[in-house]
Design a binder for this molecule. Structure first.
Ligand code: ADP
Ligand code: ZN
Ligand code: ZN
Length: 734
């Protein structure tokens, strides 16, 4: 006998689950047991899945098939504003809403832990002398010594340090590590807005006062804070953070690079007396769990994070700061393709919150938005204190005499030498990881490429491997050419930072060198150590990739040498000029941040290039104006919107046929007067064994773009092994 469930309409709720179903499903919630936004566990077939009460029940189903909500989780319900935000991002990026919910639920919320076991580290306590320090024990102790946080869950500690749980337990027995039970919801330390405010310059003060008036208005606004490198943008927006804290509103500061967080956290500690919460890939799972809950309950005042922090459940968000807003790493390039800077503006607009976009070299998008009055704009024209902006000049490489396989020109060598004599730091910058981009057989011309991608493999000599920068695949160095069987015939062509480091160590044998590249990022925090030693002046010459160009403040650095200033100008990227301008200005801006005057030397074969001239002239506005004019004439972003389409699969012929079908049947795209380019093989025509065909779609008017794209893309049912990805506002064209 089947049990008949009787319920009225308002006992039905629509639940969105994190499963890829992409619509709400009806569940039964007796006597109004669920509120909108509640996180729930429901049965989907035989499985328990996570969901969120998204709407009233849709109705119209067979009542006997409707299941009851299994459990309501002990979490703050999702606010309406957040549900709206997720819908908007989903519509804008054409990503499934269930995927958006997964983004908003990062962290492990199915386990209902009330208390959490944590291990604490106490160095040098107890019978430490009798203790045998094995290799793995040493690794664990080294890891803990280098870490600022000293407490971890057992699993996190094992994962992050790379030693097994039994090794940790051994040290717990010996008393070197102490185990403690602490509640998971223990609160974050309070930040004090009046703890230690810096004395601001008149220019800074004027900007802060203006920003504060926007904030206290409690309406949505976005402001471009354009301040030259070293103008003290951080100090300025920290004063605004202080004001938000006084108003009891939560703040999110987005940084483009995890490597910058520890310096920022130090600043927050100095200014507010305590550390903020952190949210990025380096934060442990249990910490994320705690952080998420405390943000939702309004008990965290300030979060510093990477782009995914945008989806945290702020209870009373008042301010979002996007630092280095021009940085391309704000664009998420896999999964859900969104630009965190743009979505920050959207999120704030749904919250009556304020956005500050800070940069010395804003993106053209933001510059134009400020120009047309969509955003406010405030400027800091001078460096803080006695520091002056660096003097930038070009080294014309056509006139320099270099020996084969060297890349540092005599002029630059001379500059570094002078700096060494004066006890000052120099930076050699090259935006290319590894040792050499090409490994070629001199006997037959064979180049070492990736088996899975149409890409060469980059030689990383320090690690003695070749790496594919597309898919991460590695190969050991080989001696015999697989093509012509010649032995010892391989030669490395072109420079990467490792090779510049090698050249520098030969040219300056007594100097202390530090290599700063994202390759050396290891979980043990070694990058922080290198940065510390640079800040303390223990390094003479820094050799680095774009990782050094971002936001760092190196007080002893007075000379920046750009090895290949032309590097970014090659290729067909519509933002090539803009990105080169930003990168060179940013990296040059690392010089002369203290009392000594800084100089930047740009090695170039085209000193007449408009970008080089714009950099030397120091007339930023003129550069943006001419850049804007060119983009307007070509109707490319920000004067027109684009979508990059990639159709990929393992069978090239199949991918070609499907791409042609899409290109022939433009239907909905024709209705909105879209221009369609392609199909053509993507610049990297194969990645991870998948062939890639590209189409580029351009419209003058954004209206109905997503809608048209959506119906165009869903015309054909794709075979299981073929994928279609849509990238709105693409930043890269690979
Ligand atoms: P930006 O981000 O604009 O490049 P920073 O915020 O890093 O510049 O500031 C550059 C340097 O000047 C930092 O060392 C910072 O601490 C210092 N500074 C800026 N403003 C002040 C201030 N009002 N008082 C003291 N130091 C300041
Ligand atoms: Zn060969
Ligand atoms: Zn590859």
């Amino acid at each position: 006998m089947s049990k008949k469930i009787c319920f009225n309409e308002n006992e039905l709720v629509g639940v969105l689950t994190t499963e890829p179903i992409n619509r709400v499903l009806d569940y039964y919630s007796p006597s109004g047991g669920c509120r909108l936004g509640d996180f729930v566990e429901v049965f989907l077939g035989p499985r328990k899945v996570l969901g969120c009460v998204w709407s009233k029940g849709i109705g119209g189903y067979d009542p006997l098939k409707i299941k009851r909500i299994n459990r309501v989780l002990d979490l703050e319900p999702m606010q309406e504003e957040m549900r709206l935000f997720l819908h908007r991002v989903s519509n804008y990026t054409l990503s499934p809403i269930s995927g958006m919910l997964r983004l908003a639920l990062r962290g492990n919320f199915t386990s209902q832990v009330k208390t959490h076991k944590k291990v604490y580290f106490f160095s040098g306590k107890n019978n430490h002398k009798q203790l045998k320090i094995t290799r793995t024990r040493k690794r664990l102790l080294d890891f803990l010594t280098n870490k600022k946080t000293k407490h971890f869950s057992l699993n996190d500690l094992s994962f992050l340090s790379g030693v097994s749980i039994s090794v940790i337990q051994g040290l717990i027995k010996n008393g070197l590590i102490e185990e403690k039970k602490i509640p998971i919801d223990f609160s974050y330390p309070k930040l004090f807005p009046e703890y230690l405010s810096q004395k601001l310059s008149n220019e800074q003060l004027a900007v802060v006062n203006q920003l504060k008036t926007f904030l206290v208005a409690k309406v949505y606004s976005t402001t471009l804070l354009k301040g030259v490198t070293g103008s003290g943008k951080t100090e300025v927006y920290l004063e605004l953070v202080a004001e938000a804290l006084r108003l009891g509103r939560q703040v999110l500061v987005l940084l483009p690079e995890i490597a910058l967080t520890s310096a920022f956290i130090e600043k927050v500690k100095t200014r507010f007396g305590n550390s903020p919460a952190e949210w990025h890939s380096g934060v442990t799972k249990s910490e994320k769990y705690r952080c998420w809950r405390m943000i939702a309950s309004g008990n965290i005042q300030l979060v510093v994070g990477a782009r995914s922090a945008l989806y945290l459940p702020f209870k009373k968000l008042g301010l979002i700061v996007v630092d280095e807003e021009h940085d391309t790493s704000y664009k998420q390039e896999d999964g859900i393709l969104y630009n965190a800077r743009d979505m920050a503006v959207l999120r704030a607009s749904l919250n009556e919150a304020m956005v500050v976009l800070a940069s010395a070299t804003p993106s053209l998008e933001t510059w134009v938005n400020a120009k047309v009055g969509k955003y406010n704009r405030l400027n800091l024209e001078n460096r803080y204190g006695a520091a002056k902006l660096p003097e930038i000049s070009c080294i014309d490489m056509r006139l320099e005499k270099l020996s084969p396989n060297t890349w540092i020109s005599p002029k630059l060598i001379e500059g570094v030498k002078r700096n060494l004599e004066n006890g000052e730091q120099s930076l050699l910058f090259l935006n290319r990881r590894g040792y050499a981009p090409i490994t070629i057989c001199q006997a037959c011309g064979f180049q070492v490429g990736c088996e899975k991608c149409d890409a060469r493999m980059t030689l990383h000599r320090f690690r003695s491997i070749l790496i594919c920068h597309q898919c991460g695949d590695t190969k050991l160095l080989i001696d015999v050419c697989p093509n012509c069987k010649a032995s010892g015939s391989f030669n490395a062509l072109g420079p990467g930072v490792e090779r510049i480091a090698e050249e520098a160590s030969k040219a300056f044998p007594d100097a202390k060198l530090a290599l700063l590249s994202s390759d050396i990022l290891t979980p043990s925090g070694s990058i922080d150590k290198i940065i510390d030693s640079i800040e303390n002046g223990e390094v003479d010459i820094i050799i680095g990739t774009q990782l050094v160009a971002k936001g760092h403040n190196f007080p002893h650095l007075s000379l920046v040498g750009v090895i290949d200033a032309d590097l970014g100008l090659q290729g067909a990227d519509l933002r090539a000029s803009e990105k080169t301008f930003q990168l060179i200005k940013q990296v040059s801006g690392r010089a002369g941040r203290d009392k000594t005057k800084g100089i930047a030397l740009l090695q170039t074969y085209q000193p007449e290039h408009p970008v080089m001239r714009a950099i030397l002239s120091n007339d930023d506005e003129k550069f943006w104006e001419s850049e804007a004019k060119q983009r307007k004439e070509a109707l490319v972003p920000p004067f027109g919107t684009m979508a990059g389409i990639v159709i990929s699969g393992t069978d090239l012929q199949q991918v070609n046929e499907i791409s042609n079908q899409f290109a022939i049947n433009l239907g909905p795209l024709k209705d909105i007067n879209a221009k369609v380019y392609g199909p053509a093989p993507a610049p990297i025509a194969r990645i991870r064994g998948r062939h890639r065909i590209r189409l580029l779609i351009k419209v003058g008017n954004k209206k109905n773009f997503q809608k048209a794209l959506g119906s165009w893309a869903s015309q054909f049912k794709l075979p299981g092994n073929v994928r279609l990805s849509i990238d709105i506002d693409p930043q890269t064209f690979f």
